[in-house]
Design a protein around this ligand. Structure first.
Ligand code: M6R
Length: 608
């Protein structure tokens, strides 16, 4: 969480930092601030509660003079409320600092360095700033090295020292930072969205190193005596600014919903050879699939829901145990995994802290780790034994849409290859499976064309404080994601239930006009699902039914029916996902909420 950026170069630092923060805002938007090293070498700090737009207006009105270096921050509050004092940058003596992460031992440091009377905020970050000021005697590298030895927790810092004009220092532990030297100057940021307008070449800041930006260079030093220089590997990013713009859509979420067919093609097609799944370009060996005795999928949020779909699909085909665990739980359990367990990590950002910790725990148990990741070069990708990159391009809206579809596509392809390798699929069956997967793409396009019809439906949902999503088998797994989408951007309390479980308690919550979004696409449990829908209808629920075009249902069963194209049951999730995304999108819009940046959330969850 939190987006940070640093710049040193010939251009107007204020503009570069504010533009960069706008690109990073999806990482948190409780407050924003910049620290500028002005031409007279003074430090100017400007910060406001609220979004980058408010900061820009404040700067336009209040900041005078020119700066060619500085740091910027957009905050997702962890320690201390959403206030001006808690906004970054923090000034501490000769130090001005911004922080992404959590300093766990900030209480101890406060006591050890007698900071109680100095602190003006409630943040852990300000404590780090004062400790650094205490350690500073004119040698920034040495002071930062000592600070690194004292801190526990996660951090990405950008730092200005009053007496080092033009230099921006940065370090990181766990929290991400990428840096680049560009024609416009030296830059560093939490992620590439801030750098991409200036360059497609960057490097990932290595942990334990100290970065110094000057107007003409980016220097990287090892944090040991003598501070030898290091030269991180330069990487090239293969998407451009267009991919990170709204391109005429009113919201990123709407754009990203529409990008799903393309993202699916980009993820699937390069991995098909003569009709069969082929991961040789990914360097994923068949032995990984043949040797394992169980699969353990670990992820958070939407990515975990993709795992739930995969589990429901994989076990009946592979006939080995497939477990799905929420990463924040997994990391504190003693999981039943070993070197014969294939641990599959799913993460769009590749930076989710709980998921990363789960990956590291899996390695401690000797399990091979295959990750499904969207962001190239992210920490999870780098630390995994094998990576299956999804090719969704940048996903900016906090609510995940296209990342979910391509995570599913990746899981379906992995299942197909695994079934082939383990003798559960013949070549013909694997080819048919992939053909069905490709057929899901026009089915998604069909759903995109139904958006107007779905827009009309949500007026029935947004009047209610609650909504329920029900389904059986795979349909239940799809429901989980539908409920998450609706609650996170419309703030309607939404829950997903296995339809057969309702009568064991939850049906007590069903009353007149409560919206129930019922999904019934799975033939083998179809009649059972229909009975469950009747049960809620009989209690007055307002039923929105999602079924296949050809499914025959009683006219009175549902108040509204959304028809998805006829396709093999196992692939119904793809058009269903689109329909559920539209329901959430239009509900948020109907309530006049911030679709792309819902309250209390951030795109990349890099704190525990
Ligand atoms: O980047 P990740 O896939 O690891 O993120 C995991 C979750 O935080 C994420 O899927 C979250 O649930 C979505 N933004 C919800 O739409």
């Amino acid at each position: 969480m939190c987006g940070i950026i640093g710049y040193s170069g010939p251009l107007d630092a204020r503009k570069i930092l504010l533009d960069g923060l706008a690109g990073l805002e999806y990482r948190g938007y409780d407050s924003a601030g910049i620290g500028l090293c002005m031409e007279d070498s003074s430090i100017c700090v400007a910060k406001t509660v609220g979004k980058v737009k408010a900061l820009r207006e404040y700067c336009d009105a209040s900041v005078r003079g020119t700066a060619h270096s500085g740091i910027g921050h957009t905050r997702w509050a962890t320690h201390g409320g959403v206030t001006q004092a808690n906004a970054h940058p923090h000034r501490a003596g000769r130090v001005t600092l911004i922080h992404n992460g959590i300093i766990e031992n900030y209480h101890e440091l406060t006591k050890k360095y007698h900071l109680e009377d100095k602190l003006v905020s409630q943040t852990d970050s300000e404590v780090a700033a004062w400790v650094l000021d205490s350690l500073y005697d004119g040698d920034p590298l040495e002071a930062i090295r000592q600070l690194m030895g004292l801190l526990e927790g996660s951090y990405g810092f950008c730092i200005l020292f009053d007496d080092q004009p033009g230099s921006v220092y940065a370090i990181r532990s766990v929290s991400p930072l990428v840096a680049a030297y560009t024609r416009s100057g030296a830059m560093i940021a939490s992620d590439l969205t801030a750098l991409i307008p200036y360059t497609n070449q960057y490097f990932v800041v290595p942990e334990g190193k100290i970065v110094r930006l000057t107007p003409y260079k980016v220097h990287v030093y090892d944090a040991v005596e003598g501070f030898p220089k290091v030269y991180p590997e330069i990487m090239t990013v293969n998407w451009n600014m267009d991919a990170a713009m709204k391109n005429g859509y009113p919201h990123y979420m709407m754009k990203e919903i529409h990008e799903q067919p393309e993202a699916m093609k980009n993820t699937i097609l390069p991995r098909i050879t003569r009709g069969l799944p082929d991961f040789s370009d990914d360097g994923i060996p068949d032995q990984l699939f043949s040797d394992c005795s169980q699969i353990h999928i670990v992820a958070c949020g939407t990515a975990m829901h993709a795992g739930m779909v995969a589990r429901a699909l994989m076990e009946p085909i592979l006939r080995i145990p497939v477990t799905v665990t929420i990463a924040s739980e997994f990391r504190y359990e003693e999981p039943l995994i070993d070197e014969k367990t294939l641990v599959m990590i799913i993460s769009q950002s590749g930076e989710t802290i709980d998921t990363l910790a789960a990956l590291r725990l899996a390695h401690e148990y000797g399990s091979p780790v295959l990750s499904i990741v969207n962001v190239k070069g992210s920490t999870i990708a780098r630390e995994s034994d094998y990576v299956f990159y999804t090719h969704a391009g940048p996903e900016i809206a906090v609510a995940s849409t296209k990342a979910y579809s391509v995570q599913l596509a990746a899981l379906y392809m992995i299942l197909c290859r695994m079934a082939l390798v383990r003798g559960k699929f013949t070549d013909k069956e694997a080819m048919d499976f992939l053909t069905d997967l490709l057929d899901a793409i026009p089915a998604m396009e069909n759903m995109l064309a139904q958006k107007e019809q779905i827009r009309q439906i949500v007026s029935h949902i947004i009047q209610s404080p609650d909504a329920f999503f029900i389904g059986r088998g795979l349909d239940y797994a799809f429901s989980l994601e539908g409920a998450l989408k609706l609650k996170e951007i419309s703030y309607i309390h939404a829950e997903a239930y296995a339809a057969g479980e309702l009568k064991h308690g939850t049906i007590a919550l069903i009353s007149e006009q409560v919206p129930v979004i019922a999904i019934a696409t799975q033939q083998h449990v179809f009649s059972k699902s229909i009975s469950n829908i009747r049960e809620v209808k009989a209690r007055g629920a307002f039923v929105i039914l999602l079924t296949k075009e050809s499914s025959v249902v009683d006219e009175n069963l549902a108040d509204i029916r959304i028809r998805i194209p006829d396709l093999d049951d196992r692939f119904a999730v793809f058009p269903i996902a689109v329909a559920l995304q539209f329901i959430a999108y239009y509900a948020s819009l109907g309530k006049n909420l911030d679709v792309d940046q819902p309250r209390n959330l951030a795109k990349s969850v890099t704190v525990e």
